[in-house]
Structures are given as C-alpha cells and as structure tokens.
Design a protein around this ligand. Structure first.
Ligand SMILES: NC(=O)c1ccc[n+]([C@@H]2O[C@H](COP(=O)([O-])OP(=O)(O)OC[C@H]3O[C@@H](n4cnc5c(N)ncnc54)[C@H](O)[C@@H]3O)[C@@H](O)[C@H]2O)c1
Length: 331
C-alpha cells in the first residue's frame, strides 16, 4: 500500500508515521508537509531513510495531484491547528484548512483515491460544564473559533464531495491529544517546558474548562482502524473517556514534576474559550472494535514529561519565541 500522509511532520502526523512504520512495515509512506513553524523535519529524522518527505503546500494543486496519483490512500492531517494563532491571524487557517482540503479533495476525486480526513471535536462547539451530555456523530456543527470554523468547513467539503462526486472518504473528529513531539505552544507541553525552563506554568482564567484527553497513539490506532474497516461516507468520533479540567491537568503536571500545586500563574483567558468538550466513542468501539490502550492518564502524562526532559534539543529552540508571543498577549 502506498500511503500519502499530509502534515506528517506535525505532532499527530509524526506519531502516525512512526507507528505506521513499526506496525505496518508493508506500507510505503510519503509525507507532504509545508514545514510551517509547526512542522519539524527533525521529528521525522529517526525514520528519514524509510519514508519520502516532500516539502510542499497542500493547496498547491500540481504537487498534490502528482503525489495523490501515485498513492492508494491519503491520510490528511495537515492543518493550521492552534486556536490562539487563529484568533490572532485567521488567514492561514482559511488557506490550509479550507483551500488545502479542497485541493486534496479535487485530487482524490480525479484519481479515485481513498481519503481519510482527520478533524477535531471542536467543530461541535462546546458543552455546558455541569452536564453529562457528550458529542456524537449527529451533534450539530456549532464551531466557536476561527480554527474550529475552518475545520468544520473542511469537514463539510469532505461530506459534499463524498455525496456529490462519490469520493471514497471517511472523517474522524477526535478530542484533545497529548504525547511526544507536540509543539510547545500547546497546553500540556507548554506547562511541562515552563517548569523545565524555570518559568511558572500559566493557566487561562480559572482553569475550569474541561478537555477530553487522548494519547496520540490511541488516536492514530483509531485512524488506522477507520482507514482499514471504516465505512466510506461515515464520520467516526474518537475519544478515550478522559475528561479533565485544565487546572487538574496543570496540577497533575506540577505534582509529577515535584512542584507545589499552587506554583502557577493565572493569565488572561482565551477569547471565546470553549467550556467543555466530551466525546461519546460508542460507535467506534461497537462497530470497529477500537479501544484506547493508554487508559491511565497519569502514566501517559508521566511518559510525556520524560519525553520532554529527554528531548530538550527538539523543543528548546522554539521555547523563547513562543513565550514572548504569549507575553505580548498577557498570557
Ligand atoms: N492536536 C490535537 O489535539 C488535535 C485533536 C483533534 C484533531 N486534530 C487535527 O489533527 C491534525 C493534526 O494536528 P496536529 O496537532 O498534529 O497539528 P500540528 O500543528 O502539530 O501539525 C500540522 C502539520 O501540518 C503542516 N501544514 C500546515 N499547513 C500546511 C499546508 N498548507 N500544506 C502542507 N502542510 C501543512 C504543518 O507544517 C505541520 O507539520 C489537524 O488536522 C488537527 O485539526 C488535532
């Protein structure tokens, strides 16, 4: 099988490429990645001899067309992914998430290639903090941020191309991921590397917002399950039943890193900050038999902390610039 992985130099894509090479050695992997600030050639260095890495934009129809033509399937991770960046400058999100996905769709349509589109639970907006309600495949789209609205738009394009042109596509909407190789702008790596660089961790607002955490390897195992056995035209929700408030996660990090539970600063909250996300993954479990393997959040978090301790050369060059951008925004 010849697999084209877009965004394979980013956080989830890198982990997907690594696990694919070890668990599906028969698959020939090509990565298409623009190597934006969020993409890292170094993340793929350990497997550089086993893959083809093409530096290019998913909105470039010529590059996308020629790579799709020689592939059996496309797993589409490439996107602008950080809500705070989208609030600051939404334009790249329209370009990569909407025009980029349109370009991929046109290529898979032309060449009759299977597509799996990777999306987020943020397309559903947020849930009340105190309820038991969770997102399902039929929850209406209600995105809140420039990021989630462009991901919602990309999902709609995939649905329309499936219905109108018979494109063989599946979609997955996953909750918040954690694990190795995540950019230090994101919540968990930011707090871990704040501690490692002698900074105090930062918490938006009161920290009551709830996220439903999943280890990146569990997300990627689900993507493989959907690619192999999913029904074309369907959407699958991926989640690991692991809801936690931001303050709880931050205090877990502080405890695991030997710091006091109150050794952090409250900073200006994110504008329009979604309150709670929660996924009901029943369909994926019942129909495709997927189960998360990393069910102990604390041990996954401990391993993630160890990874950042042991891979300072990967993140240290990015850290100061990320923190100065946050500081400019009072965060
Ligand atoms: N991180 C999460 O918690 C999470 C949860 C659910 C879904 N998702 C989705 O998973 C996907 C991957 O997320 P991530 O966290 O790995 O993001 P990331 O920001 O770490 O990586 C994105 C990658 O896409 C590349 N890219 C961006 N624009 C591109 C373009 N125009 N052309 C080619 N490459 C481009 C970047 O260089 C980078 O390597 C995204 O589609 C995101 O919406 C993420």
């Amino acid at each position: 099988m010849r697999l084209l992985v877009t965004g394979g130099a980013g956080f989830i894509g890198t982990n997907f490429v690594h696990s694919t090479l070890s668990q599906h050695p028969e698959v020939a992997v090509t990565v298409l990645d623009a190597l934006t600030y969020a993409g890292s050639r170094e993340s793929l260095a350990p497997v550089a001899d086993d893959i083809r890495l093409v530096e290019g934009d998913i909105a470039d129809a010529a590059v996308v067309g020629s790579l799709v033509a020689e592939s059996d399937a496309v797993v589409h991770f490439a996107a602008e992914s950080h809500v705070d960046n989208a609030l600051n400058d939404p334009e790249p999100f329209l370009h990569s998430n909407v025009v980029g996905t349109f370009t991929i769709l046109e290529a898979v349509r032309r060449h009759g290639v299977r597509l799996h589109h990777v999306s987020t639970d943020e397309v559903y907006g947020d849930l009340p903090l105190d309820g038991a309600q969770r997102f399902t495949e039929t929850t209406p789209y209600n995105p809140s941020s420039p990021y989630s609205s462009t991901k919602a738009a990309s999902d709609m394009l995939v649905r329309a191309w499936t219905r109108s042109y018979g494109v063989a596509a599946t979609i997955s909407n996953c909750s918040n991921n954690y694990g190795p190789y995540q950019h230090v702008e994101k919540f968990i790596p930011r707090q871990i590397t704040n501690v490692l660089t002698g900074r105090r961790p930062k918490l938006y607002g009161r920290g009551v917002n709830v996220r439903d955490w999943i280890h990146v390897d569990d997300h990627n195992a689900a993507v493989w399950r959907i690619l192999a056995d999913g029904q074309v035209g369907r959407t699958y929700l991926i989640g690991a039943d692991s809801e936690r408030s931001n303050i709880t996660v931050l205090q877990d990090i502080l405890r695991l890193m030997g710091r006091d539970a109150d050794d952090f600063e409250h900073v200006t909250d994110r504008s329009g900050h979604d309150l709670r996300y929660a996924i009901d993954p029943t369909v994926l479990r019942d129909e495709l038999g997927w189960r998360p393997q990393h069910t102990d959040f604390e041990s996954g978090l401990r391993a993630t902390i160890e990874w950042y301790k042991n891979n300072e050369s990967w993140w240290a060059p990015l850290k100061d610039a990320v923190e100065s951008r946050y500081e400019e925004r009072g965060q």
